[in-house]
Design a protein around this ligand. Sequence first.
Ligand SMILES: Cc1cn([C@H]2C[C@H](O)[C@@H](COP(=O)(O)OP(=O)(O)O[C@H]3O[C@@H](C)C(=O)[C@@H](O)[C@H]3O)O2)c(=O)[nH]c1=O
Length: 192
Amino acid sequence: MEPEPDLKMHYQPQKLKDVVLITPKVHQDHRGFFMETFRLDEFQKHCGAYNFVQDNHSRSEKGTLRGLHYQLNNPQGKLIRVTQGEVYDVVVDCRTDSPTYGQWHGVTLSAENKQLLWVPPGFAHGFMVLSDTADFEYKCTDYYAPDDQYVIAWNDATLRIQWPLQNLNPTLSGKDQGGKSFLQAPKFESQK
Ligand SMILES: Cc1cn([C@H]2C[C@H](O)[C@@H](COP(=O)(O)OP(=O)(O)O[C@H]3O[C@@H](C)C(=O)[C@@H](O)[C@H]3O)O2)c(=O)[nH]c1=O
């Protein structure tokens, strides 16, 4: 698909419903580069009428795997990018009324490709760090609610996510070591 000429960024729907990969327009010159990384008007047109209330930044070592996380009663949409290094980012559709319920999708996000991923509310999300370190930054549509956090195991037998660095034992938080199976984890029920 050719980029629309009047848009600052290119919005590419992914195979999971409502997930969008965003490619900014990069202006290179003799000083370096410039790019817009977020515009509310374009974002709302292509991704939905969301607003953001919290920005996060994490740094992780190679082989770290964070996820798969979601908040059930305070679901967060996340607009994600990597500003240093490279990660493999994975989303899982946990919306029981979605045509892509139960499916996963992965994309490589890096400081080099400069792409952003829009992960709507209703998805579990995680990533694996492929570079020596990675800086991971994201905007959220709802606030962090520690009592509403759920974790699905990164290596869940039903989802069968094909992580890169297959032979590596990922570095996990204590919380992520106790992730639930996808089948047992609570899901997002239809709001209809
Ligand atoms: C996520 C988060 C954590 N924290 C604190 C809690 C804890 O002391 C420390 C580290 O928290 P965590 O181990 O939960 O961080 P982390 O494993 O990086 O959690 C994140 O993982 C990725 C995959 C996501 O999708 C995010 O939504 C978020 O769940 O930071 C906040 O203060 N605010 C926040 O929004």
